[in-house]
Design a binder for this molecule. Structure first.
Ligand SMILES: *Cc1c(COP(=O)(O)O)cnc(C)c1O
Length: 432
């Protein structure tokens, strides 16, 4: 048995910041990250043996709860047959069919290992398909850490207080136009000026990496209209929302009203293993090598363990699972609002289906990155640590969504709810 601080010291000596991804550090909330020994259902256990209710869910994948026995059994069975072949498997076709069954616009699917790769490939594919170079992204949306998409990229950078990343050549982002989210005039103006040069608009169709910022009514429809009118592609980055906010992601949740050309998926589709995907019209996907001229590859792409986890997860994530996640989110969101209101903490809680987050110290709805950044992160620090002391592990950043699962039942939620009043009071007395 060791303590989190001993684990942190040991990790920090050999790993930058002691973490393999910056969002795991407690940079903005302070203190020592929880070093996880294991997880089960809605619970995490740290290296010191302490139990927490988990509200991070591996940042999205754990929609069934951690270590679901059938997912674990599927991965174990796959592992017994070999860890990686570097050759095609039928399981990949099966997973692609499951994706297409839920999102028929993803007529063909290419698997990769991370959401970063999926978005990077979607951009390359859009450029290859259109013969154009410019890509439009929205400030505060995160599409992974490839050079071209690291401009105004939301939570990880916002939490660290960074405008962008060192090491990204100006030439790489010169082809990326960054526009405010939910601003119809700004996107119209970009198309008026540069429409003939734009390969694609990539968007989080409901933004959840600057806190949760749902699209304004008609905004996604406008993106479809403008891209279609100018011969550009529309990419729905559903790495976070896909197979989480409904069986068919945000696209399904918004009633299939908008038909993007390409989707990117990750997180839930890999069931907690490294797997992500690009999906879209057959003739677009067939521009990828080996059929077409757009190159993309991966030694571990479609890895058999990851594919097995994805298949098991999608098969288990039925209507009942989504109903449970929705019910848990509805209850918890209203309990959080009630506790903060009772303690006099100014805040706005925003939801996009079963995703929600709290913006601290603001008094109006947050529609874009600029208004998201006006929040008071100090209030969250106190709230976060009070919850953690009570055994509830929230995302260690005010810019992240809270993630629930089908096993966050009333008994689990009761524990979170019981911790809210003290945390709300801590937030009230710490406001800057
Ligand atoms: C998490 C995320 C990514 C990046 O996925 P990784 O697997 O972390 O590379 C891309 N887009 C969105 C919307 C995400 O939430």
């Amino acid at each position: 048995m060791t303590s989190n601080s001993e684990a942190f010291d040991r990790a920090r000596a050999v790993i930058p910041g002691g973490v393999s991804s910056p969002v795991r550090a407690f940079g903005s909330v302070g203190g020592t990250p929880v070093f996880v020994a294991r997880a089960d259902g809605a619970h995490l256990y740290d290296v010191a043996g302490r139990e927490y209710v988990d509200v991070v869910g591996s940042w999205g994948p754990a929609i069934l709860g951690h270590a679901h026995p059938e997912v674990v059994a599927a991965v174990q069975a796959a592992a017994a047959h070999g860890l990686s072949f570097g050759a095609p498997t039928l399981a990949e076709a099966e997973l692609a069919e499951l994706v297409r069954d839920r999102v028929p616009l993803a007529r063909k699917v290419r698997f990769v290992s991370t959401g970063t790769e999926a978005c990077m490939t979607a951009v390359r594919l859009a450029r290859g398909a259109t013969g154009r170079d410019l890509v439009v992204k929205f400030a505060g949306c995160y599409h992974g850490h490839s050079d071209a998409l690291l401009a105004a990229a939301g939570s990880g950078l916002a939490t660290a207080g960074l405008p962008g990343s060192a090491g990204v050549p100006a030439a790489a982002t010169a082809q990326t136009l960054v526009v405010p989210y939910n601003d119809p005039d700004a996107i119209r103006e970009v198309f008026d000026r540069r429409g003939a040069e734009i390969a694609a608009v990539i968007t989080e169709p409901a933004a959840a990496n600057m806190g949760v910022v749902p699209p304004a009514p008609g905004f996604n429809e406008l993106l479809r209209e403008l891209t279609a009118a100018h011969g550009a592609l529309l990419v729905y980055d559903e790495v976070l929302t896909g197979f989480r906010v409904s069986p068919a992601g945000w696209w399904g949740h918004e009633g299939r009203a908008v038909a993007p050309d390409l989707f990117t998926f990750g997180k839930v589709v890999g069931g907690g293993m490294p797997l992500a995907a690009i999906g879209g019209r057959a003739e677009l996907l067939d521009l990828l090598a080996p059929v077409g001229p757009v190159y993309q590859a991966g030694t571990l792409s479609g890895n058999p363990l990851a594919t097995a986890a994805g298949i098991a997860t999608l098969r288990l994530a039925d209507g009942d699972v989504y109903a449970r996640v929705d019910a848990a989110a509805t209850r918890l969101a209203s309990e959080v609002t009630a506790a903060l209101t009772a303690a006099g903490v100014p805040h706005v809680l925003q939801s996009a289906a079963s995703l929600f987050s709290v913006f601290w110290g603001v008094d109006a709805p947050v529609r874009d990155y600029a208004s998201a950044q006006r929040q008071d992160a100090g209030a969250y620090r106190a709230f976060f640590h009070s919850m953690l002391d009570a055994g509830v592990a929230l995302p260690p950043s005010a810019y992240e969504a809270w993630f629930l699962s089908a096993v966050h039942d009333d008994a689990v939620l009761d524990r979170i709810v019981a911790a809210l009043p003290a945390a709300a009071r801590a937030a009230a007395s710490s406001r800057s």
